[in-house]
Ligand binder design. Structure first.
Ligand SMILES: NC(=O)c1ccc[n+]([C@@H]2O[C@H](COP(=O)([O-])OP(=O)(O)OC[C@H]3O[C@@H](n4cnc5c(N)ncnc54)[C@H](O)[C@@H]3O)[C@@H](O)[C@H]2O)c1
Length: 358
């Protein structure tokens, strides 16, 4: 059945892969995004990406009219961004997300697929985390995902089915590439410098999933019968794709010609350390057929870096690193301290006041 879907965060790393996949499956997709990463394109700019430029915090009832489903990706999306301003992470990721869900429910949206994260397992010890495992979020970002799931769960009823997609850490090429996720980062460093640079002691466990497989899982959650997904959490990934960072480094070393492994100075243990059990999604959502593994992903990235002449300026610049881009927009006065876009008059006033201070 063709669904009319609102896709928030449609201009991001995952959203710009998800949109064409949902459309190819026959659904009608309306994108919504505030465009924090406008111009941060990798490779050819995708054609035909109509979207509404709107801040999630400003959603109104009419923005939800006529949709059967929402896939909610928009968020401040990694641990360093959350650490920069925990209150904003809570406001955008949790409060605005729950408000969106309430508006969606009022508008008659039946299914709300939420991009959650395996990072909520935090430090899971030697056990493989299942959806029933205790949640030990270690960062404001992970806390925001836990609180959003809890709030959504309270809204679940006969006519509104939230689904919590606890995605593993994404990797792989996207028209809005990020290199602040582990495999992309290791491959980008290797490609540009000949070194696979590890920022921790290499021992933490991380489950990985290709960005396309995240999209396949969301599609399966949208199309599954209600009773298979209603108010359910799913770890999104594949059992074999739990890696220690040092194993990922070895994969990258074997993929990128002539590179060697290097530990960054001062590298220390990372408390985020979890292995995840992905058997539930395999059982409950047979429509989810993942196609990638980290080895294939590293090869895909390496060839995309070569094709697009990815170089040191890309590695060190803001285009593919979310925190640097947000900082740049704030420093340039385009965004205020609440991550609200300034009007041009406000930008001029902010620039004048910076001149006065200097
Ligand atoms: N990338 C991963 O490894 C990963 C893993 C687990 C879960 N997730 C979740 O998947 C979702 C998408 O992640 P991504 O990697 O594509 O991130 P991304 O940063 O590339 O994309 C997020 C998009 O949301 C938009 N956005 C942010 N705040 C907004 C606001 N206030 N109003 C409207 N739009 C806003 C941004 O402009 C951006 O286009 C996030 O919810 C993230 O937490 C990602």
């Amino acid at each position: 059945m063709k669904l009319r879907i609102l896709l928030t965060g449609s201009h991001g790393y995952i959203g710009s892969v998800m949109r064409p996949m949902l459309e190819a499956a026959g659904h009608e997709v309306a994108g919504l995004d505030t465009l924090f990463y406008e111009g941060c394109d990798f490779g050819p700019v995708p054609a035909g990406e109509p979207l509404r430029r709107k801040d999630l915090r400003d959603m109104e009832p009419r923005d939800l009219e006529g949709f059967k489903a929402v896939v909610h990706l928009a968020a401040l999306c990694n641990d360093p961004i959350g650490d920069l301003n925990p209150a904003l992470t809570e406001e955008i990721n949790c409060r605005a997300g729950l408000r969106l869900a309430a508006l969606a429910k009022d508008a008659g949206v039946e299914r709300f697929v939420f991009a959650s994260s395996c990072s909520m397992y935090g430090a899971a010890g030697d056990q493989f985390a299942t959806e029933e495992s205790p949640l030990r979020p270690l960062t404001p970002y992970a806390v925001s995902k836990v609180q959003t799931e809890e709030g959504l769960s309270r809204m679940a009823d006969q006519r509104f089915s939230p689904v919590y997609m606890r995605n593993a850490t994404a990797y792989g090429a996207s028209p809005r590439l990020r290199i602040d996720v582990v495999l992309n980062n290791l491959t980008a460093w290797a490609h540009c410098t000949g070194k696979v640079r590890i920022m921790s002691d290499g021992t933490p466990w991380r489950p990985l999933v290709h960005v396309e497989d995240i999209c396949r899982a969301a599609l399966a959650a949208l199309e599954a019968p209600r009773e298979a997904v209603h108010n359910q959490a799913f770890n999104v990934g594949v059992d074999e794709e739990n890696y220690q960072v040092k194993d990922l480094a070895e994969i990258v070393r074997a993929t990128v010609p002539g590179c060697s492994i290097e530990y960054a100075p001062g590298a220390s243990a990372d408390r985020r350390d979890y292995r995840v059990d992905f058997s539930k999604i395999r059982r409950a959502l047979p429509g989810f057929q993942p196609r990638w593994n980290a080895r294939l992903g590293a090869a895909q990235l390496e060839s995309a870096f070569s094709l697009n002449r990815f170089g040191m300026a890309d590695l060190q610049g803001r285009r593919y690193t979310r925190l640097l881009q947000l900082r740049h927009l704030m420093d340039a006065g385009a965004l205020d301290s609440e991550l609200r876009w300034r009007t041009s008059t406000e930008q001029q006033a902010a620039a004048a006041s910076r001149r006065d201070l200097s």
